[in-house]
Design a protein around this ligand. Structure first.
Ligand SMILES: [Zn+2]
Length: 328
C-alpha cells in the first residue's frame, strides 16, 4: 500500500494525544486576536517570524513572548475553544493538555479562574465526542518552591479533570533531585507524575526522573538512545516516552542528540525506541509553534519506515498510556 493510502487510514482512526501544550497551540491568527484584545497591533506574518528558532532557548523566548498575550480568563477560553476545534478536526477524541500554571503564577494570574474559563469553553466540544484532561505544569528554571505551588493549585482547583503534574522548561537548569518533595506532594494529592527529560539533556535526566521522582511518563526522552540499559529499564517498567519528532527538529534537540548539524526528520530515533519495546506515544508538543499536527506526525512516522502495524501500535499506545479512567 502506498504512503498516501496508509496515512489516510491512520488519519481516519480515532486518536489520542498526550503531550500537547495549550500555550504552544496559539495559531498565528489566534495570536493576532489575543494581542488585539489587549491593544497590541500584530500581524500573522510577525507571529510566523517569531515562530522560527535557531535553537532551544530561541524557542523558549518565543514561548514567553506569545504567552504574554494570555492575560485574563477570557484569553484562555478563546485559545481552548480554538484548540478543541483543531483536535476534533483531526479525529482526536481524547487529549491530555498541559497547562503552564508556573507561567500563570509568575504573571500573578489566578490559575483557578483561568482553568474554570477553559473548562467552560470546551464543554460544547465534549458533546461532539472530544474528552480533554489536564496536566498542571511547572517551569523547571523557576525552581522547586514555585513548582510546589503549582501542585497546591491543582489541589485547590479540585477537579477530576486535572490528572497529572509535570515539569517542563530548561532541563539543564535545576538538578532533578531538588524536585523530590514536589513530586511526593503531587503523588499525595493523587496526581500522576510527568517530566520533560532527555530532550536536550542527557539520558541521566531521564533516569533521575524515574528513580527520584517516580514519573509514569517522560516528555521526549529521546536521549535514551545513548544508554541501552536505560532503554531496557523503560521497556521493562512500561514507562512511556512522549515522542514529538517535529518539535525535536525545530528546537534543535534532534541535532543536539544526534550530534549532526542539520539532521533530517528521517534520522529521528522514534523507530529505534519503539522497536526496543519502549512504549512510545506520538505527540505534537506545541503544534502551532512547530507548524505541525498529529496527522502530520503520523505521516512522518511512516516516512521513517514504520509499518502500518507499528503506526497502529502508536495509536493504541496513546490510549493505553493515558491517565483517563480505565487506563493507567
Ligand atoms: Zn513539551
Amino acid at each position: 500500500m502506498d504512503h498516501h493510502a496508509i496515512t489516510a487510514k491512520i488519519a481516519a482512526l480515532p486518536k489520542a494525544e498526550l503531550h500537547l501544550h495549550l500555550e504552544g497551540s496559539i495559531r498565528p491568527e489566534i495570536a493576532v486576536l489575543l494581542a488585539g484584545r489587549h491593544g497590541v497591533p500584530l500581524t500573522e506574518d510577525e507571529v510566523r517570524e517569531r515562530y522560527a528558532y535557531a535553537n532551544f532557548m530561541g524557542f523558549i523566548e518565543a514561548f514567553k513572548w506569545v504567552t504574554s498575550f494570555l492575560r485574563d480568563p477570557a484569553d484562555f477560553a478563546l485559545l481552548a475553544n480554538d484548540l478543541a476545534g483543531q483536535l476534533l478536526a483531526q479525529n482526536v477524541v481524547y487529549a491530555e493538555v498541559t497547562l503552564s500554571v508556573g507561567v500563570m503564577l509568575l504573571r500573578q494570574q489566578n490559575p483557578q479562574a483561568n482553568f474554570e474559563a477553559i473548562l467552560a469553553a470546551i464543554a460544547p466540544f465534549e458533546e461532539k465526542g472530544l474528552r480533554l484532561n489536564w496536566i498542571f505544569d511547572a517551569v523547571r528554571q523557576f525552581g522547586a518552591d514555585l513548582a510546589y505551588q503549582v501542585v497546591d493549585w491543582a489541589k485547590r482547583c479540585h477537579s477530576t479533570r486535572i490528572v497529572a503534574f509535570g515539569i517542563g522548561g530548561d532541563e539543564l537548569s535545576i538538578p532533578t533531585k531538588n524536585f523530590e518533595p514536589v513530586y511526593k506532594h503531587a503523588a499525595d494529592c493523587g496526581l500522576q507524575r510527568l517530566m520533560h527529560a532527555g530532550e536536550v539533556g542527557g539520558p541521566e535526566k531521564i533516569r533521575e526522573a524515574v528513580e527520584y521522582l517516580g514519573v509514569e511518563r517522560i516528555g521526549h526522552g529521546i536521549a535514551a538512545i545513548h544508554d541501552p540499559g536505560l532503554m531496557d529499564l523503560l521497556a521493562a517498567r512500561r514507562i512511556a516516552l512522549e515522542v514529538c519528532p517535529v518539535s525535536n527538529l525545530r528546537t534543535g534537540a534532534l541535532s543536539k542528540q544526534l550530534a549532526i548539524a542539520a539532521p533530517s526528520l528521517l534520522q529521528h530515533p522514534l523507530p529505534q525506541l519503539l522497536r526496543h519495546g519502549i512504549p512510545v506515544v506520538l505527540s505534537t508538543d506545541d503544534p502551532a509553534m512547530f507548524h505541525t499536527s498529529l496527522q502530520q506526525e503520523y505521516a512522518h512516522a511512516h516516512e521513517m519506515g514504520l509499518t502500518e502495524t507499528e503506526l497502529r501500535q502508536l495509536v493504541a499506545n496513546s490510549f493505553d498510556f493515558s491517565f483517563s479512567e480505565g487506563h493507567s
